[in-house]
Each structure stands twice: as structure tokens, then as C-alpha cells.
Design a protein around this ligand. Structure first.
Ligand SMILES: NC(=O)c1ccc[n+]([C@@H]2O[C@H](COP(=O)([O-])OP(=O)(O)OC[C@H]3O[C@@H](n4cnc5c(N)ncnc54)[C@H](OP(=O)(O)O)[C@@H]3O)[C@@H](O)[C@H]2O)c1
Length: 309
């Protein structure tokens, strides 16, 4: 089968489209024929070697940890899937990924995809959607009537987070550059904030919860935007407990874990027309380097999808 692997860390020239054996499955795995994969910033961060200490790979490794496709084999212990099922998954990041014709994933990391999603949309949802749900609902405990600020509301995580937060009944404030203000409103944000126009504290009244997808200076500016007792949840930079304490707020860092429970929650929102992934760019597997370069611009609206077959 075809797979895009890296044999060393580095630039996009390390991405090699190769012929390799179809992966074997364990007793608790399913084999998925990949219809679509999606790009996430973690893909090129791993490719560059930025996460070597955190996730030690034995190279070569196939990149890509969002997948939608069709089950072509099931392990001996798997009862919940059969050959022909249409599934989606954000699989274990320590195993080979989805830039390939086939991927082997644990059955409990996959879910039947909603019929309302085509394969490209289903591939766009898992990693970014699970991240948004874990931050807002599981850790942030967002409830109806609360005010939530979502940084980078036009991005892969942010555009799903806006829709998930609206579905929880929250008042949603989201940030983006001038060009993406209309998109924030279309996604359901109650207040679209242009971070290029004025400091955030001049535009945003205090909020209960902040989803920080940016870290750095954006995180620094965020503390002053929280109500006392509020919470900042970051996926970008580990927030300081001391700084949080000094502001009378809570803070947490989330690193996404696979979750079929959350994939089912996302399916439910899709079925209720409350969640639709936005795909700005589609590339074939052969153009994986272009797809990575697009992600590295930091300017993508919604998601980048690789149409594999
Ligand atoms: N810890 C975890 O488990 C986890 C999980 C998922 C993602 N992440 C991380 O979260 C970050 C975001 O991921 P993503 O997939 O959403 O990235 P992405 O899709 O590449 O984000 C692109 C978006 O960022 C926006 N943006 C750039 N600078 C901004 C700023 N100063 N303020 C507000 N928006 C800004 C851009 O909008 P404009 O062009 O309008 O500025 C663009 O739409 C990445 O660093 C990723 O690695 C971590």
C-alpha cells in the first residue's frame, strides 16, 4: 500500500510517499481503508522533531492522526464493527498514522460515522473536535448561560469549539483577524473580536471560560479577561498555576486523548445540525508537502483534508 512516512525529522522534504506492507491488526484492532485523512499542526510539529521528547517514535513512522474510511478487517476480539462499516477515528498517536491507504486502529478508538458527514468531513472532525470537547465540556465544565472566549475561532479547533459551545447554550466570544470576522458570526459566535484592531481587554467583557489555542502573548493577555473563579484551558502552552492563583482563577493544560465517547457526542451534534466541519483545502496524498506548508502558515480557515482514495 501507499504511505507517507518520515525516516528522519526535518522539513517537508522528509515526507516520503512509499510502498509498504499493509499494517497487521491485533485482536482488538480494526483495519480501515482510508478514504480521507486530515492535517493537524501536531503532524508537522512531529515531522520537525519538536515533540521528540514527548512522543519517542522508532522511525520510520507514518504521520496523520485523523481518519475516515471503511472497515476491511476486524480483530478476533472485536464485536462492535464488521467489514464494510463506515467509521472515523482519532487513533493513538504513538502508532502509525493515516497518511496511507490503510491504518490499523484500536476498535474502541473508532465510531460509526454519521450519514450526514461525507468521508472528508468525517476526517476533519476527530482530533480537533475531541480537543474542543475535552477543553470546553470535560475540563472547562461549560454550562448554559456562561460566557466563553475562544481564541483562533476560525482555526481547526476553534471553528468546532464555537459550534460546540453554542450547543451547550453558552454565550460565545471568538477572536480572528479582520478577514475572518464574518466566518466567526456564521459559525454562531455572539461576538466576533478582531484581535488586530485593539487590545482584547478593550473589546471583551469578563468571561467564565477561555479556550487558549495560541499560548504565548495571547495567553498572557487572557488572564485579565476572566471573571474571578473563571478558568483558562490551554492546548498551546502550559499555563502557570501561580499566575492563575494571582488572578483568582483556575488553569489547565489539555493534551488530547483518543475518545470514542466524545466521537459519539460529536456525531449527536452533527445529527442535530449543530456541528459541521469546515474544509478550506483538499489535497491528494501526493501533495502532502503542500498540505503541511498550508498548515504551517497558521492562517487556515477550518481544516485541511487529504483525500486518499
Ligand atoms: N494539546 C492538544 O491536545 C492540542 C490539540 C489540538 C491542537 N493543538 C494546538 O492548538 C493550536 C491550534 O490548532 P488548530 O488546529 O486550531 O490550528 P490552525 O487550524 O492552524 O489555526 C489557524 C487559525 O489560527 C488563527 N490565528 C492565528 N493567530 C491568531 C491570533 N493571534 N489570535 C486569534 N486567532 C489566530 C488564524 O485565524 P486568522 O488568520 O484570522 O488570524 C487561523 O484561522 C496548534 O498549536 C495545535 O498544535 C493542541
Amino acid at each position: 500500500m501507499r504511505a507517507v512516512r518520515i525516516h528522519q525529522y526535518g522539513g517537508t522534504d522528509t515526507l516520503q510517499l512509499e510502498q509498504i506492507d499493509t499494517p497487521k491488526i491485533n485482536a482488538d484492532d480494526i483495519l480501515i481503508k482510508v478514504k480521507a485523512a486530515a492535517i493537524n499542526p501536531v503532524d508537522w510539529k512531529i515531522r520537525e522533531g519538536y515533540l521528540q521528547e514527548f512522543i519517542p517514535y522508532l522511525l520510520p513512522v507514518t504521520l496523520g492522526w485523523d481518519v475516515a474510511g471503511i472497515v476491511t478487517a476486524v480483530g478476533a476480539q472485536v464485536t462492535e464493527f464488521k467489514v464494510g462499516d463506515e467509521v472515523f477515528s482519532r487513533p493513538d498517536i504513538s502508532r502509525d498514522g493515516s497518511y496511507a491507504d490503510y491504518i490499523s486502529v484500536k476498535a474502541d478508538e473508532a465510531v460509526l460515522k454519521s450519514a450526514k458527514l461525507d468521508f472528508a468531513q468525517a476526517a476533519a472532525l476527530p482530533l480537533a473536535g475531541i480537543t474542543a470537547w475535552q477543553c470546553l465540556v470535560d475540563v472547562g465544565q461549560l454550562s448554559a448561560g456562561q460566557r466563553v472566549l475562544i481564541h483562533a475561532g476560525a482555526g481547526g479547533v476553534g471553528h468546532l469549539a464555537i459550534q460546540i459551545a453554542k450547543a451547550q447554550g453558552a454565550t460565545v466570544i471568538a477572536t480572528a483577524s479582520t478577514a475572518n470576522q464574518d466566518l466567526l458570526t456564521q459559525l454562531g459566535a455572539d461576538q466576533a473580536v478582531d484581535y488586530t484592531k485593539a487590545p482584547l481587554n478593550e473589546q471583551i467583557e469578563p468571561v467564565d471560560l477561555i479556550l487558549d489555542t495560541m499560548g504565548g502573548k495571547v495567553q498572557e493577555q487572557s488572564w485579565a479577561l476572566l471573571k474571578k473563579g473563571g478558568m483558562l484551558v490551554s492546548v498551546a502552552d502550559q499555563p502557570s498555576e501561580e499566575v492563575a492563583k494571582a488572578h483568582g482563577v483556575k488553569a489547565a493544560f489539555v493534551f488530547i486523548e483518543p475518545s470514542s465517547r466524545i466521537l459519539r457526542e460529536l456525531n449527536t451534534l452533527v445529527e442535530a445540525n449543530q456541528l459541521t466541519p469546515l474544509i478550506e483545502h483538499r489535497f491528494p496524498l501526493e501533495q502532502i508537502a503542500e498540505a503541511h506548508l498550508q498548515s504551517q502558515t497558521g492562517r487556515t480557515r477550518g481544516k485541511i483534508v487529504i483525500e486518499v482514495s
